[in-house]
Design a protein around this ligand. Structure first.
Ligand code: SF4
Length: 355
C-alpha cells in the first residue's frame, strides 16, 4: 500500500483532535500563560494523570505568578513533594520571580525570551508560545519525538544532535499557521493516547495512511531507537592469594572511600611478576600458580581478576598498616567482597583436599 499524496499531517491530526483530543484538562480552562507554563513544567517528566491533582493544589495556593514569586521556596517544595525532580520546583520558583521582576508579572510570548528563563527548554518554550499565545512554534517533547520517528521512519537515537536536528525540521514542517494551540495539544495527545511507547494503536490512528513505519510493515515500536549502550570498560588485576605453612592468608583492608570501601581483600598487582617480587618480602617463596580468570561486574566497569596462589615455605610477620595474616576460618568472619569470599572458599576446599 502506497502513501496518500493528498495527505496533510496537520489536517489529519486536527480532524482527529476535534473528535478524540483531550479538551478538559484543568489547564485548558481557561488557557492562560501562567497556567500553561505551570502545567508544561509539571508535565516535563510526569504523566498527565499524576500532574492534575498537583496542578490544582498549586493553583489554589498560588493563583498567580506573583503569588508564586512571593512564596517561600519551602512552601513550593512542600507542594511539589512526590512529583520528583526537585530542580524543577526550584527553577519554577526562580522563574516566577524573574517573570515578576523582568516582565512585570507577564510571561513573554517570544520563544527566545522564554528559553532564557530557568527551567524552560526549547520545547517547553514552544509549547507555551503556541498554546498560550497561538504562535506557530512547533514542539518536540518525548511524545512528539516518538510520533515523528515512526511517521518518518527516522533511524538513530533521537538524543543524537544530527537526529534531533532532523526531528526539529520535521516538527517545523508540519506546524500549521492556524489553530496552533490545538495542533500542539493534538500532537501531544496522539503520542500519549495512540502512538504509545509499547502498544501503539495504528489501526485507529489518523496518520496510518502515510506513516512510514506502519506502511513499511515493520514493528513500529523499533522507533525511536534506544540510547546506544556504551561498551562497559574493562580493568584487569592480579589478586595475590598468599598463604603460609599454617594455612593463613594475607589480607588487606581497603580504604573506606572507593570500590569495596572498608572491606578486606587480597592485595592487587598489575602483573604476576610484581606480585611475586612483593612476596619475596614476606618470606621464602615456594610453589605458585595462576587460576583461571574471574570476571566481576561493577555498575560502571568490569574487573577481570587473575587469582595468583603463592605458598610461602616460611613467612615473616607484616608490619604494614591495614594488612594481617589470618586463618581461613577467621577470614570468613571479616567483611569481604563477593569475589574475595569465593576465592577464600576455593583455597579452603584445596586445603581440605590436601589434608
Ligand atoms: S500509524 Fe501507528 S506508528 Fe504511525 S503514527 Fe500512528 S500510531 Fe504511531
Amino acid at each position: 500500500m502506497g502513501k496518500n499524496p493528498s495527505f496533510s499531517f496537520s489536517n489529519a491530526l486536527l480532524k482527529w483532535f476535534d473528535e478524540h483530543g483531550r479538551k478538559n484538562l484543568p489547564w485548558q480552562h481557561p488557557i492562560a500563560p501562567y497556567r500553561v507554563w505551570l502545567s508544561e513544567v509539571m508535565l516535563q517528566q510526569t504523566q498527565v494523570e499524576t500532574v492534575i491533582p498537583y496542578f490544582e493544589r498549586f493553583l489554589k495556593k498560588f493563583p498567580s505568578v506573583k503569588a508564586l514569586a512571593k512564596a517561600p521556596l519551602d512552601d513550593v517544595l512542600h507542594l511539589w513533594t512526590g512529583l520528583g525532580y526537585y530542580a524543577r520546583a526550584r527553577n519554577l520558583h526562580k522563574c516566577a520571580q524573574l517573570v515578576v521582576s523582568e516582565y512585570k508579572g507577564k510571561f513573554p510570548s517570544d520563544v527566545e525570551q522564554l528559553v532564557e528563563l530557568p527551567g524552560i527548554g526549547k520545547s517547553t518554550a514552544c509549547a507555551i508560545s503556541s498554546i498560550a499565545f497561538g504562535q506557530a512554534t512547533a514542539i518536540l517533547d518525548g511524545n512528539v519525538k516518538r510520533v515523528l520517528t515512526r511517521f518518518h521512519a527516522v533511524e538513530g537515537w533521537p538524543g543524537k544532535p544530527k537526529v534531533e536536528k532532523m526531528l526539529w525540521q520535521y516538527a517545523d514542517s508540519h506546524m500549521p499557521q492556524e489553530r496552533c494551540a490545538d495542533y500542539t495539544q493534538a500532537i501531544m495527545d496522539l503520542g500519549a493516547t495512540l502512538c504509545t511507547r509499547s502498544s501503539p494503536n495504528c489501526p485507529a490512528c489518523p496518520m496510518q495512511d502515510n506513516c512510514e513505519a506502519y506502511l513499511g510493515d515493520e514493528d513500529v515500536t523499533k522507533y525511536p531507537e534506544k540510547k546506544p549502550r556504551k561498551a562497559t570498560p574493562e580493568k584487569s588485576t592480579t589478586m595475590l592469594i598468599v598463604r603460609d605453612q599454617k594455612d593463613r592468608i594475607l589480607l588487606e583492608q581497603r580504604p573506606t572511600q572507593g570500590i569495596w570501601g572498608g572491606l578486606w581483600s587480597f592485595m592487587e598487582f598489575d602483573s604476576t611478576e610484581n606480585a611475586l617480587t612483593y612476596c619475596q618480602q614476606l618470606g621464602k617463596v615456594g610453589e605458585h600458580e595462576s587460576w583461571s580468570e574471574i570476571i566481576h561486574v561493577f555498575s560502571h566497569y568490569k574487573l577481570k581478576i587473575t587469582p595468583l596462589l603463592v605458598t610461602l615455605n616460611s613467612a615473616l610477620s607484616v608490619k604494614e598498616d591495614g594488612k594481617q595474616w589470618v586463618t581461613l576460618e577467621e577470614s570468613l568472619n571479616l567483611g569481604l567482597a563477593a569475589p574475595v569470599k569465593r576465592l577464600i572458599q576455593n583455597v579452603q576446599k584445596l586445603s581440605e583436599f590436601l589434608i
